[in-house]
Design a protein around this ligand. Sequence first.
Ligand SMILES: [Zn+2]
Length: 418
Amino acid sequence: MDADISKCFDRINHDALLRKLGQTPYRRLIKQWLRAGVFDNKQFSNTVEGTPQSGVISPLLANIALHGIEKRIKEFAKTTYMKWNGKQLSPSSKAQRLTLVRYADDFVILHEDIKVVLQSKAVIQEWLNQIGLELKPEKTKIAHTLEEYEGNKPGFDFLGFTIRQWKVKSTKQGFKTLIKPSSKSIKTHYRKLADNISDKRKTIPTKALIVQLNPVIIGWCNYFSTVVSKKTFAKMDMLLWKRLWRWASRRHPNKSAKWVKKKYFPHCKETRNWLLNDGEYILNLHSDVPIVRHIKVKGNKSPYDGDWTYWSNRIGKYPGVRKEVTTLLRRQKNKCAFCGLTFGPTDLMEIDHIKSRSKGGDNTYKNKQLLHRHCHDSKTALDKKTYPKFRPQDLPENYVWIDDMLILKHDVPMKKDD
Ligand SMILES: [Zn+2]
């Protein structure tokens, strides 16, 4: 079941929300946000219920409001009737088999038995009612991941992904699960690109267009780079190219196609052809973003749990991660050698030469350490800082250096040369 309650958030009960918070130090602040009122079309209206829609704060409020829903569903699972191979399951394995995945106000419930799914829906409905929320019927969908169910196509969408299974003969179970960008997400993304290349913007320079398109492309691709997106990315590049060709040709209705090609899609990166560029700025292709399978984090693992063997092994499993990195991670116990903080699973890391190569440092493990990328930048900046050479005449009058300390001359025990 894939559920939507977001639209109901404008009716959320403020007192119920605050009650859930208990006595946290943030209670007052959140209360103020809720009561802040709305400025719409120069008219001020008080808010007595609801939360600001799609405001920065709404995911936080959704998390507060829906906190505990997972626990409720697990409790329900333990009490329900669930059989496997003709035997009643133990409460804990029942709880394990019923899954709720939630991100802010978007969630899915997964179970093999439709009866359990329908019961869960009722439980959730009841739970939501307590805080003044309800499931949105037209946006709450029940589907099977492999077969059609009550007119609904197999699979479901969640956070922009489509998750569904396909019948195949090559696996033991007879099916495999594929996760791809959802068609809704593909359409929205294409719209965003197309709006940037519309006829209204016929006169913007190529450079400006590339600068606007690239972050949109890279951002979208990064989001989907851990799933099956190769074909989608290639298709997107094709559609985008068609748009760009039309955009370029319409700018110069009197020029030949050959001329347009030479002006807007000149050879670049040696092997590349038909890529929008102006010699300096180059359009980023969707298919240039590599697809790297995500390696799932073990359920109860946290990067801060001190189990650096697990984390360095996990990082080491990613294709393209050099053995060097894994070795250094183990040696540093998963901590950055500059700031001393534990590396998080998504942190960018770089290998640093402790004594820089330009100052004669060698390329052995002894002279290497692993740093956060931002820490590496800070360190390099520090390394580059050149301190003005010390000159004796800079000494304040009557002072001398003794054992790294500045000492007034007359305090110095008498020496021959003084
Ligand atoms: Zn660091």
